[in-house]
Design a protein around this ligand. Structure first.
Ligand code: NAD
Ligand code: UFG
Length: 353
């Protein structure tokens, strides 16, 4: 029997791809998700691609909220009673839209921070003390050095970023309170994009996408007329913003590496950037996506978006050293796989492939 992992938010974009990678590696999963920003169809497809039965010991689903201590206590108690306690938790559940967090800060503190606290209390009460946490490069705010090492100052510039920094601090405090007890990985993702190469699993944002990559794929498939490029006067090679785009399958494999590291090594709190180390501009993405899809991507150059940084690129060397993990996939792979997903599912999970 494989190790058993509780995955919060496992139906979401990064969670669904990570669940697939973990199932293929032999882990048994229970996914807790309230489907606030995802569809159960994602998990039906994960099960199909992994060739496991939904609802079997390999892959179970519980609809519920991480803020509900009764739900959490029930899950941990039932797992122990059935002789299959959780060996670890991967905690994806949360909200992630910067602009929404500025309008609804209390919601972000509630779900991202209080929800994480409730989860940690349940883990502690049930002696499950191995956790992989979804942090974000957003904790660096406007970076002072690029590429950004993990030692860079934590200086978020929006409520979403503060919520991630607050959970990281909570984990640091928890680890200090009980030395040699917890196994924790705080993973700071850069810009996750792309899709599973099958075209069956991908990113399905609700409403108009905030992020560049899903917006580009929706322009290519004809759901949006044109891309607005936010700023063409940034101090970058072509004037447009530069980011570190990471294929979601590389990111999923990064979670597997972090989980393996925690389970195989002793208690620790490790903090890693998960990024490629490569800086790619908005126009680089547009051109690469055009080449991969054969579609024209009409765009207009417009004003900068408030709150954006010119360049955000990871220093990925720490992750390479301690997780023995680095990205393998190229921008061309990202565009090919993102296009396969968007073409097969023009309306996302609402319309079956
Ligand atoms: P997502 O919205 O696709 O997935 C989040 C999942 O959590 C969804 O399935 C949603 O329904 C679920 N969820 C939300 N609130 C919940 C609650 N109260 N209880 C139970 N389930 C709940 O987002 P994603 O892109 O997969 O991101 C996963 C994690 O990674 C998030 O914590 C996010 O902040 C973090 N992150 C994402 C990015 C990114 O650009 N996608 C970058 C850095 C960090
Ligand atoms: N961009 C456009 N047009 C769009 C959308 C984005 O030109 O329609 C540009 C942005 O200005 C930026 C780049 O594309 O230069 C990437 O923007 P995204 O919104 O895709 O990603 P961000 O880097 O702004 O944000 C991501 C995550 C956030 C996280 C942040 C910092 O989505 O959750 O990284 O790590 F907070």
């Amino acid at each position: 029997m494989g190790s058993r992992v509780l995955v919060t938010g496992g139906a979401g974009f990064i969670g669904s791809h990570t669940c697939l990678v973990l199932l293929e590696a032999g882990y048994d999963l229970l996914i807790l998700d309230n489907f606030a920003n995802s569809s159960p169809e994602a998990l039906t497809r994960v099960a199909a691609v992994a060739n496991v039965a939904l609802g079997s010991q390999r892959l179970q689903i519980q609809r519920g909220d991480i803020r509900d201590p009764i739900t959490l206590d029930g899950l941990f108690s039932a797992a122990a009673a059935n002789g299959r306690p959780f060996d670890a938790v991967i905690h994806f559940a949360g909200l992630k839209a910067v602009s929404e967090s500025i309008k609804k800060p209390l919601l972000y503190w509630d779900i991202n921070v209080a929800g994480s606290r409730t989860l940690l209390a349940a883990m502690d009460a049930h002696a499950c003390r191995t956790l992989v946490f979804s942090s974000s490069a957003t904790v660096y705010g406007y970076p002072v050095t690029v590429p950004i090492p993990e030692s860079a100052p934590i200086q978020p510039n929006n409520p979403y970023g503060f919520s991630k920094a607050a959970v990281e601090q909570m984990l640091t405090d928890l680890n200090s309170s009980a030395p040699n007890t917890w196994r924790i990985a705080s993973l700071r993702y850069f810009n996750p994009v792309g899709a599973h190469p099958s075209g069956r699993i991908g990113e399905d944002p609700m409403g108009i996408p905030n992020n560049l990559f899903p917006f580009v794929t929706q322009v290519a498939v004809g759901r949006r007329d044109q891309l607005r490029v936010f700023g063409s006067d940034w101090p970058t090679h072509d004037g447009t913003g530069v980011r570190d785009y990471i294929h979601v399958m590389d990111l999923a494999e990064g979670h597997k590496a972090a989980l393996t590291t925690l389970l195989n090594q002793g208690p620790q709190h490790l903090t890693c950037n998960l990024g490629s180390g490569d800086g790619v501009s908005v126009l680089d993405v547009v051109n690469a996506f055009s080449a991969a899809s054969g579609q024209d991507i009409p765009y207009a150059l417009v004003d900068r978006r408030p709150g954006d940084a010119a360049v955000t690129v990871a220093d990925p060397s720490h992750a390479a050293d301690i997780l023995q993990w680095r990205t393998k996939r190229t921008l061309g792979d990202i565009c090919r796989d993102g296009w396969a997903w968007q073409q097969a599912n023009p309306m996302g999970y609402r319309q079956s492939a």
